[in-house]
Design a binder for this molecule. Structure first.
Ligand code: GAF
Length: 396
């Protein structure tokens, strides 16, 4: 029976060929199927997901591919091209968070989360290849979780509705790998559609597939990898999350989502810590910027979202304090070269910047950013243009 997530129209690209070839050489057998899940770029709505707020990501064409087949034995075996190694784990390992370390935790975590939810997860052999850049804030871990989840659900014919999958993949990351992320990245990887941005209400998990046809508007999203070295990302992320949660408690609301933007000043007046006030202001105004962006996209006014993107960056820079000099430089240089708007995307402290540009200007904007980097002695950035691709599904 066809899975709900099938995308038979997807071409089997080089990554899929590498996963399949890897499977064949590692296991001396053919996979029974091939599944893929994308990385993501978040158009707007940063650090709003764990505040029960709004996000608007789209799927990248870059994907993580899993070639897989069921296995008679008792251990899951997983080969990763990127890691250059093969690991295996049994039921006991998958029953106890932390027993499988490193990249394998994201695979064992999916088995764990599915089993915890009562599913009879098939034992399998997997081979994984990916062209989602690692550690660039483009959700390589969510792509891995989502690809593995989609593959195992199909292989075992598990009854896991698409709408329930992001929470399972997030649980793998929170509960097994120990990363306190929100639900955005897994939702993007699993639920995005080509040519659309995914408007997600992180409280109700309601989604709207918002038209985002850049090419038709003569526009492009330039993704610039800041190449900034990672700086305490995990600890800072957890600290921002804790500050938001304690502010919500102090304000007597379930989450910062419940602070209305027209009541923001009154709410801020009730908080005595200046840093916490700025954190709250970011989240509340960022939620409103997502809503405003969605309104413009619904009306087909794509270029007009530029100022919202740039305002989002300023909010992350001065209020949430999650940017670094490399990303600020990339944003400023992109704007100086004529971008409609630019902002850091993802959790922060490095990672990528996105710039909304005329399609014909993408090269000029990228070279202006490179030049600004050279002047400041930063490691050269890399850049590519991104079009919204499909979410996770079976591709072979
Ligand atoms: C990371 C997290 F994984 C997401 O859940 C989200 O909080 C994001 O940072 C910030 O918007 O990607």
């Amino acid at each position: 029976r066809p899975a709900a997530t099938d995308h038979p129209d997807q071409p089997v690209g080089p990554v899929a060929e590498r996963a399949t070839a890897g499977f064949t050489s590692e296991y001396a057998a053919r996979p029974v199927g091939v599944w893929a899940a994308p990385g993501r770029v978040n158009l707007i709505g940063e650090h709003t997901d764990y505040n029960d707020g709004f996000v608007l990501p789209f799927a990248l064409p870059q994907r993580t591919v899993v070639a897989a087949a069921p296995e008679q034995g008792r251990r899951w075996t997983v080969w990763s091209e990127q890691a250059g190694e093969r690991i295996s784990f049994g039921r006991a390992d998958a029953a106890e968070p932390g027993r499988v370390p490193g990249w394998g935790a994201y695979v064992a975590g999916v088995v764990w989360a599915l089993r915890e939810a009562g599913h009879d997860v098939p034992v399998a052999r997997l081979a994984i290849a990916s062209d989602v850049p690692l550690g660039a804030g483009l959700s390589s871990s969510a792509a891995l979780e989502s690809a593995v989840l989609t593959a195992l659900a199909d292989l075992g014919e598990l009854d896991v509705p698409l709408a329930d999958r992001p929470a399972l993949a997030q649980r793998a990351e929170n509960g097994y790998a120990g990363v306190p992320c929100g639900i955005m990245d897994q939702s993007a990887s699993l639920r995005c559609q080509p040519g659309r941005a995914l408007f997600l209400d992180c409280r109700t998990l309601a989604v709207e597939q918002v038209p985002f046809d850049l090419a038709a508007a003569g526009l492009a999203i330039l993704v610039i990898d800041s190449n900034a070295p990672h700086r305490h990302v995990g600890g800072e992320y957890a600290a921002r999350r804790a500050a938001c949660e304690s502010a919500a408690a102090a304000l007597g609301v379930p989450a910062l989502r419940d602070v209305a933007v027209d009541r923001l000043d009154a709410a801020l007046a009730r908080l005595d810590d200046e840093t916490v006030r700025r954190r709250v202001r970011h989240v509340v105004t960022e939620n409103q910027r997502v809503l405003d962006t969605v309104e413009l996209l619904r009306a087909g006014r794509l270029a007009e979202i530029g100022p919202l993107l740039t305002a989002s960056h300023a909010s992350m820079r001065y209020d949430f304090e999650i940017t670094v000099p490399e990303v600020d430089t990339a944003v400023e240089a992109a704007l100086s070269a004529g971008a409609y708007g630019a902002r850091m995307t993802g959790g922060g402290f490095g990672g990528c910047v996105l710039a909304l540009v005329d399609a014909a200007a993408a090269g000029t904007v990228a070279s202006t950013v490179r030049q600004a980097y050279a002047e400041r002695g930063f490691r050269p950035p890399s850049a590519f243009t991104a079009t919204p691709g499909p979410g996770a599904g079976r591709i072979g």
